[in-house]
Ligand binder design. Structure first.
Ligand code: ATP
Length: 598
C-alpha cells in the first residue's frame, strides 16, 4: 500500500525562518516577487500590458493587517488547490521541471515566508473571466478554499494577499516599515508600486541610459548613487554588460585600497527587483577594486535569494565582466596614462595579481608601475631601456642591505621583494627571451668589490688573525675589500641560503636530539657563513687595520660588526647584543681614560 508524505508546516516554516531567510522582513520581498511574476505572466502574451502593485499598510487597513494587490494573471480554483496548497509546487517551471527564465520565483516555497509574520494568509484571486476564488491558509497546515460571493467578486483579474500580523510582528506591517521594505526591494520596478496611495517607483535606475540625459549629468547621477549606496565617491564609473546573462550595470572603482582577502560584495537586481546587496562571485576575484550594481534577467538566485546560483552561466558572466574591466584599464593606459598611474598607486596589488597570468596587464604594469630601485622609482620598461637588463633582489631585506653599496658601484638594482614583483619579472623574461634578467645576491656583490693590492693584503696578516678570533665566535667571516661609498665602513653580507643555514645551526643548538637530527638533514656540508666586509677606502677602517693592539682592535671590530648588522636591518641575536654592550662600554671606557690622561 502506498501512502503520501505528510508535512508539518510549522516545522518547515521554522526551518525556513532560521536557516534560509535572514530576517522575517523578507516576507515583503517574496510577496512583491509573486506579484511581479504574475504581471510578467500576463505580459508574455500582451507585452504592452501595464502592471500595477498597490500595498495597503497596517496603518490604513485599521486592524493592522497588510494587503498587497496586483493586476497580474491570477489563479483559477483548480490552480489554487494545486499551487497555493502544495509546498514546492510552482507554476514557474517548464514541463521538464526547469525554472522558466521569465520568472523570479521557481521553488514554490516563497509564500511560506509570510508565516514568519502572520499565522494566516488570505488570498483573493481571479484568473481571466473565471469567478473569484478565496483561499485561507493557516500556519497549522490547514487551508480552506471557496468561491467568492457576488459582493466579493473582483472587478478585474489579479490577486490580493492579506496578512494579519502575529503578536510581536505588527511593526513589520506598518506604513513606515512596508514603505521602507517595498522601496528597498521594488523601487526600480518598471511599473507603479504604491503604499497607501504613494508611489515608490519612478526614479531612474542606475543602469539606465535615458536618451535625453547627457553623459555629464549621468555621471553626476551615478556618483551620487554610489555615495548613497556604497558610501564612497568613485574614482571612475564603468558601464558593464553581458548579453548572455541579460545583464546591464555599472561598476564603481574604489578610490581607496580594498582588502583583497575580503570578497567584494555587489548589489544585484533580478528583473529590476533587488535580489541581494552583498552578492559575491559576480566578478573575478582579482576585481576587488570595484563595487557593482547590476540588473540581470538570466542569472538564477539561490532559494534564499540572497546570492547568485553558481553555474556555468555565472562563470561565463564573471569572465565577460572581467574582460570589461580589463578593457577599461587598457584604454586608460593608451588614453590617459596619468590617470592610470594614479589608479595604480591605489590598486597596484589587484592589477599585479592579474598581470601574473595576463600578458596585456603585464605590459601595463611594465610600462606604468614605478618600482623601487636604488636609483629612484623606475618602471620595468624604463629600467630596461636605461640599463639593458633587469637586475633585481628577490627579497626586501636583501635590497635594503645591498642597495646603497650596489648604487655606489654603479649597479642599479630593482627591489622585487614586494608581493608579485619577482613573479612579474619572471614572466617578462619568459615572454622576451632576449631580455637579460639577473638576480643580485649578497654573494654576487663581493665579486664587484675590489680586492686590495698584494702589498696591502700582505700587511693585514696580524689584523685578520685577531678578526678571525673575535668574529669567528659570532659565526662570521671577515674580508677586507675596497669599495664605494667610502663613507660606509663595513658591510654585513648574508644571502638567503646562508641565512637559512645560520638559522638551522642556531636552532639545532637549542632543540633536543631528535629534532637536532632532523634539522641536521637540512644543513649543507659546506657550512656557509655570513661575511663582514670591511671597506679599505674608509679612513676609520684603515686606522683600525693598523692599530696593532689586539684588545682595542677587537672592540672596534665588534662595534663595526653590530653597526653593519643594524644598517642591514638584521635582527640582533642575544650574542650580538652582548657584543654591542661589550664593545660600546669598552670603547667609552677607552675614550674616557684617554681624555683623563690628556
Ligand atoms: N500574486 C500571485 N498571483 C498569481 N499567482 C501567485 C501569486 N502568488 C503566488 N502565486 C502562485 O503560487 C505559487 C507558489 O508561490 P510561491 O511564492 O510559494 O513560490 P514561487 O514563487 O513559485 O517560487 P519561489 O519559492 O522561488 O518564490 C506560484 O508558483 C504561483 O503560481
Amino acid at each position: 500500500m502506498s501512502e503520501s508524505f505528510r508535512v508539518d508546516l510549522r516545522g518547515i516554516v521554522d526551518l525556513l525562518s532560521h536557516h534560509l531567510y535572514t530576517s522575517p522582513q523578507v516576507y515583503s520581498r517574496e510577496l512583491l516577487q509573486n506579484a511581479v511574476d504574475a504581471i510578467t505572466a500576463v505580459q508574455l502574451d500582451r507585452p504592452e500590458y501595464q502592471g500595477r502593485i498597490s500595498i495597503t499598510s497596517g496603518d490604513l487597513t485599521g486592524d493592522g493587517s497588510l494587503e498587497i494587490r496586483d493586476n497580474g494573471i491570477g489563479l483559477g480554483e483548480r490552480q489554487v488547490h494545486e499551487l497555493l496548497a502544495t509546498i514546492g509546487r510552482s507554476s514557474k517551471r517548464d514541463e521538464l521541471g526547469f525554472a522558466r527564465h521569465e520568472f523570479i520565483g521557481q521553488f514554490g516555497i516563497g509564500l511560506l515566508s509570510c508565516f514568519m509574520v502572520s499565522d494566516e494568509i488570505r488570498v483573493s484571486t481571479r484568473r481571466g473571466d473565471e469567478p473569484t476564488v478565496l483561499w485561507h491558509g493557516r500556519s497549522d497546515g490547514s487551508y480552506a478554499v471557496e468561491l467568492a460571493a457576488a459582493d466579493r467578486q473582483r472587478a478585474e483579474p489579479g490577486t490580493t494577499v492579506t496578512l494579519r500580523p502575529r503578536p510581536g510582528t505588527e511593526h513589520l506591517l506598518t506604513r513606515a516599515a512596508i514603505t521602507r521594505l517595498a522601496g528597498h526591494y521594488g523601487s526600480q520596478l518598471p511599473f507603479p508600486v504604491t503604499v497607501d496611495g504613494t508611489e515608490l517607483t519612478g526614479g531612474t535606475a542606475p543602469w539606465a541610459r535615458p536618451e535625453q540625459e547627457s553623459a555629464a549629468t549621468r555621471r553626476v547621477r551615478l556618483e551620487r548613487y554610489c555615495e548613497e549606496v556604497f558610501g564612497f565617491t568613485p574614482f571612475d564609473v564603468i558601464d558593464i554588460a553581458s548579453a548572455e546573462a541579460g545583464l546591464n550595470g555599472v561598476a564603481f572603482v574604489l578610490p581607496m585600497p580594498a582588502n583583497p582577502a575580503v570578497p567584494a560584495a555587489h548589489r544585484v537586481y533580478l528583473k529590476q527587483m533587488l535580489l541581494a546587496e552583498g552578492a559575491e562571485r559576480l566578478l573575478p576575484d582579482w576585481a576587488f577594486f570595484v563595487r557593482c550594481v547590476v540588473d540581470t534577467t538570466e542569472l538564477r538566485p539561490t532559494a534564499s535569494r540572497e546570492a547568485l546560483y553558481e553555474d556555468s552561466l555565472l562563470a561565463a558572466t564573471r569572465d565577460a565582466l572581467g574582460d570589461r574591466l580589463r578593457g577599461w584599464l587598457l584604454r586608460l593606459g593608451t588614453g590617459d596614462p596619468a590617470r592610470l598611474r594614479s589608479f595604480l598607486r591605489v590598486h597596484h596589488l589587484g592589477v599585479k595579481a592579474i598581470a601574473v597570468h595576463d600578458d596585456e596587464m603585464l605590459r601595463l604594469v611594465e610600462e606604468f608601475w614605478p618600482m623601487e630601485t636604488n636609483v629612484g622609482p623606475l618602471t620595468l620598461a624604463e629600467f630596461r631601456a636605461r640599463y639593458g637588463l633587469l637586475r633585481f633582489t628577490p627579497q626586501l631585506d636583501e635590497f635594503r642591505q645591498l642597495a646603497p653599496v650596489a648604487a655606489a658601484q654603479g649597479l642599479a638594482v630593482l627591489n622585487a621583494g614586494y608581493v608579485y614583483d619577482s613573479e612579474l619579472i619572471d614572466r617578462v623574461a619568459t615572454l622576451d627571451r632576449e631580455l637579460v634578467v639577473e638576480p643580485l645576491r649578497a654573494a654576487d656583490l663581493t665579486t664587484h668589490l675590489e680586492r686590495l693590492d698584494v702589498a696591502d693584503e700582505g700587511s693585514l696578516g696580524p689584523f685578520l688573525a685577531t678578526a678571525d678570533r673575535v668574529l669567528g665566535r659570532l659565526g662570521c667571516d671577515v674580508l677586507v675589500r675596497s669599495f664605494e661609498p667610502s663613507g660606509l665602513p663595513a658591510l654585513y653580507l648574508l644571502d638567503e641560503d646562508t641565512a637559512f643555514q645560520v638559522d638551522v645551526r642556531s636552532t639545532r643548538e637549542q632543540v633536543d636530539e631528535t629534532w637536532a637530527a632532523i634539522l641536521g638533514s637540512f644543513q649543507s656540508a659546506t657550512d656557509p657563513r655570513p661575511r663582514l666586509i670591511l671597506n679599505h677606502r674608509n679612513p676609520l677602517v684603515r686606522q683600525v687595520l693598523t692599530l696593532g693592539e689586539p684588545e682595542l682592535t677587537g672592540m672596534c671590530l665588534e662595534g663595526l660588526y653590530v653597526q653593519a648588522l643594524l644598517l642591514g636591518h638584521h635582527p640582533l641575536r642575544p650574542a650580538d647584543t652582548a657584543v654591542l654592550n661589550q664593545s660600546f662600554l669598552g670603547l667609552i671606557g677607552r675614550a674616557v681614560a684617554a681624555g683623563g690622561a690628556a
